[in-house]
Write a protein that binds this ligand. Sequence first.
Ligand code: HSE
Length: 370
Amino acid sequence: MKIGLLGFGVVGRGVYEITASRADMQVAKVLCLEDIALPDAKAVKDFNEILTDSSIDTVVEAMGGLHPAYEFVRAAMEAGKNVVTSNKALVCTFYDELLPLAESKGIKFRSTAAVGGGIGWLSELERSRRVQKISQVGGIMNGTCNYILDNMTRRGMSYDDALKQAQKLGYAEANPSADVDGIDTWHKLLLSANIAFGVTLDRNTVPVAGIRNIRAEDVENFKAHGLVCKLISTAKCADGVCSAYVQPTLVQEGEPEAAVPMNYNLITFLGETSERMSFYGQGAGRYPTAYNVVQDLVDVLAGKGFYAPYGSRAAADNSEELVYYVRGSWTGGVEETWGNAAVTKAVPVSEMHAWLKENPDAFIAAIRQM
Ligand code: HSE
């Protein structure tokens, strides 16, 4: 396999290093705008040098961002090259174009590192759906949010200090809004749900609430009630009806999610045969992410394409009712008050997210029942 590597940052350099010692694949050219000299590959500044090189059969996209990553990936597919990417925003945003294009061109397209970084999550979903129906996917999918929430909970750190620290450690996206507003988790949930359930979820029907507005007083309220706040994604599908949402969620201190420290991820599926299966590990970082990119390259060599066929469109029905912790001007039913916050009566998920849109300074967290 001859590889054209797009990007030589955190992930790209890791892919270059891991593949350097392998006999079955070789990075032939690296697209990098800085001047670099590599012993085993040619550094190029023009993508066309990779696109028009017929000896390159596979492109690894490790640039991040939507543009020009999308244009390059699309052009590579149209030219008949296989594509491996770790870019969840790209795969999710252009799912409706890239999946059918990969299928019509007969090229291999994989993105295991896009969800869970070093965890073999999408590849396990692919294996799982061969033998059973999956009814639920989700969990802690964003290291930055988990790092912030864990440091606020266990170390009493302020939100701002914990976010700054996450940025310094390289966990956060270039624009941390993608992390703290839940967008990164939302991308990862959509991809997971599409693969697990064999559908294409309508993104506009999947609401997201992030952790931007959490305060120390909220964390104190949670501790007083034996609860821990995590940003949790949830998607369910049964008898053709799907629900999906991302929101801060209060879990009991003894639950597995409550124990997830620092920037780790914990992602779970429920299968009709396997029952609950959870996957824990590094959701980001050079070598964990590059590890799964190289796993995808090995799978491409073995003839494996995307994890599931492009599925039919499905709208999420979020009429499920949950109890929420709300700090803000909630005027709906209230069960009790915790300091300045209300614990609501059961309310449909869709209704709470619609209210949050009108009250963007509020903080909400669903209270998960055991
Ligand atoms: N910013 C992401 C996170 C990186 O914190 O999980 C990995 O997708």
